[in-house]
Write a protein that binds this ligand. Structure first.
Ligand code: AMP
Length: 611
């Protein structure tokens, strides 16, 4: 962030070291990007094959997963569940492979002929990601930001750091996963002291965190979750339901292992498909030598099976709000991450829990990694703190007397912005002023779009006696606040206009601009004509009065000239042709004539006073 950063200039990798999948990225040419491996894949399964023969190469990722059938027990997955844990803490039951070690000592993973620490598994994954990154960016790297769940304790964080060191990476910062997701969501979209909830439902874990943004830094205020709740549970439940649909009479829990695996795979693929479509066909030919099965599953059926599982996220959500001491309505955004948040059911539930539409702008699998990359970029100084400068797509203003557009914030003004003007009453005895707020590029108020209206009352008085200050202020969220102040009474009238001042569809902006170009000539003529008309309407009665007052101080010839000019003005006003320039010219003559009249009137007044 600052130029005094100790990591200035060196690329810092951002790594999401996930339970099932991991990702790596870096800031390149000022942009945070995630890096793909030689197969073009950004997601690397967090799986490591430790070969039976020591000295044979250790394999990471998809290749390791593929080797699982051939070398069972040697491919370690989900080791993140064990990192930094000690025997006796209960973590062993979380793992699907054999563990060893004495009570109170760090958990070890049993590989038959040897054992490894979970951080050794993490180190292999990190080493692999480092290589992927170095190949992509064609330069060596030695530093990384690594994400961990918010609930990780010191031992788990330190073990993750050590894993980095073993992989040849200095872990310059450990970042909480929800913090990374919030960073990806964008500092620029939030005001200081904003609160964000990050709802992360993955394959095997659920986390809910509330963060507060303060001085540009996110702080985790509270976090809850369930380390054994996720999409995998839905797959199992749906597989059991399919088992029953297939007419199997034995219990699902008693299904032979290899058949169960096929049902679980089928369940996952139908679950994924039903995030997009309303129904999906499952085909299971010869899942047993004498049995095949086909069924169409609807989204509603899936939701019935999944609902009790997804409902289990409610309690942690309620607890996190209670711990943070806030209500759901205090949140400024609810950000969804994790693969399972692609399910419409999950989105509906989150909306129910928090009473607002969740934000789905983030890629559910990549947000955390992207946040780590952004943090790395900020630390290395390759990414300036992101501030998105938005602009007003169209001019904003108010209607003035005569039906003209008076622009206060011109089109393309960078926001936040503030500008104002004073207005007065055009007619004596007026009781209020209607401030009509407009958006658009046309000269005539009626051709622009109305955003709102504020009525400012005032004590009736002569023309020009009232004073109303109008101020337009747009904040960084694009919210326009129109403040109208009666400067006599200091009474304020405020209208807040959300979104519409800045959020306008591109096509509409283009249409407005092209119309204004197309009508530019006519519009300008109309403005000149209106302005000249207003001036004429002000001058004509004044001229009549003055002519009557000067009496014989003016020769007949002189006063006739003025009367003729006034008549010419009236003629232009009545003409249907609306010749703006002609009217403007005669009004200018009349204006000059009133100057002469004013001089004579002053002389007369002085002489009268001297009599
Ligand atoms: P993660 O741990 O965040 O990688 O999430 C993995 C989980 O997301 C798995 O249970 C997947 O089945 C699930 N998942 C991925 N894509 C979808 C989808 N389109 N609809 C429903 N679940 C999905």
């Amino acid at each position: 962030m600052s130029s005094s950063s100790p990591h200035q200039g060196e690329p810092i990798l951002g790594i999401d070291l996930g339970t099932t999948n991991s990702l790596v990225g870096v800031v390149d040419s000022g942009f945070p990007i995630l890096l793909a491996d030689a197969d073009g894949q950004r997601l690397t399964p967090s799986a490591v094959l430790f070969p039976a023969v020591e000295g044979d190469p250790i394999v990471v990722g998809r290749e390791a997963l593929r080797a699982r059938a051939a070398q069972p027990g040697r491919v370690i997955t989900s080791s993140k569940r064990l990192i930094g844990r000690r025997v006796g803490e209960g973590a062993e039951t979380d793992s699907s492979f054999a563990t060893s070690g004495e009570v109170g000592q760090p958990v070890q993973i049993d590989l038959g002929n040897r054992s490894v620490f979970p951080e050794d598994v993490a180190a292999e994954i990190l080493r692999h990601l480092k290589t992927v990154a170095e190949e992509r960016i064609e330069s060596s790297v030695s530093k990384a930001v690594v994400t961990v769940p918010a609930y990780f304790n010191d031992a788990q964080r330190n073990a993750t750091k050590r894993a980095g060191e073993k992989a040849g990476l200095e872990v310059v910062r450990i970042v909480n996963e929800p913090t990374a997701a919030a960073l990806a969501y964008g500092l620029d979209r939030l005001d200081d002291r904003s609160r964000v909830a990050v709802y992360d439902l993955g394959g095997g874990t659920f986390d809910i965190s509330v963060l507060e943004l303060s001085d540009g830094v996110f702080k985790v205020e509270a976090t809850h979750g369930d380390t054994s709740l996720g999409g995998d549970d839905i797959d199992h439940a749906l597989a059991g339901w399919l088992w029953d649909q297939a007419g199997e009479t034995t219990r699902w829990s008693e299904a032979p292992a290899e058949v169960a695996v096929r049902f679980i795979q089928a369940a996952e693929s139908v679950k994924v498909a039903l995030s997009e479509s309303e129904e999906h066909e499952v085909r299971m030919p010869f899942y047993r030598p004498d049995a095949s099965f086909e069924v169409t599953v609807t989204r509603e059926q899936l939701e019935q099976v999944a609902r009790p599982i997804v409902d289990r996220t409610r309690r942690p959500c309620a607890m996190v709000l209670a711990d943070a001491g806030i209500e759901a309505s205090d949140l400024d955004a609810v950000v969804l991450v994790g693969g399972s948040t692609r399910m419409p059911l999950v989105r509906k539930l989150v909306e129910e829990i928090f009473g607002r539409l969740p934000d789905i702008s983030q890629h559910p699998d990549e947000a955390v990694a992207l946040g780590a990359v952004i943090q790395g970029g900020i630390l290395s100084g390759t990414l300036q703190q992101m501030v998105l400068l938005d602009v007003t797509p169209l001019s904003l203003g108010i209607e003035t007397f005569g039906g003209l557009m008076n622009v206060i914030l011109p089109r393309n003004t960078t926001i936040p912005a503030k500008a104002g003007e004073m207005f007065t009453n055009a007619v004596a005895g007026q009781r209020d002023m209607a401030i009509h707020i407009l958006q658009g590029e046309r000269e005539i108020a009626g051709d622009n779009w109305t955003l709102g209206q504020v009525d400012v009352p005032f004590t009736p008085g002569p023309k020009g006696s009232a004073r109303v200050g109008v101020q337009f202020a747009i904040d960084e969220n694009g919210i326009l606040e129109v403040l109208c102040r009666n400067t006599d009474t200091n009474e304020d009238h405020i209208l807040e206009i959300r979104d519409s001042a800045v959020d306008v569809e591109d096509e509409k902006v283009e249409a407005m601009i092209s119309e204004s170009v197309e009508h530019a000539f006519d519009d300008m003529g109309e403005r000149i004509w209106t302005e000249a008309r207003l001036k004429a309407e002000e001058l004509l009665p004044a001229v009549d009065q003055a002519l009557a007052a000067v009496g014989d101080r003016m020769t007949e010839c002189e006063s006739k000239a003025i009367r003729d000019t006034a008549a010419a003005v009236r003629e232009q006003l009545d003409a249907t042709s609306h010749d703006a320039n002609a009217l403007k010219a005669v009004v200018a003559d009349l204006d000059a004539a009133t100057q002469d009249l004013a001089v004579i009137l002053v002389e007369k007044a002085m002489e009268d006073a001297g009599d």
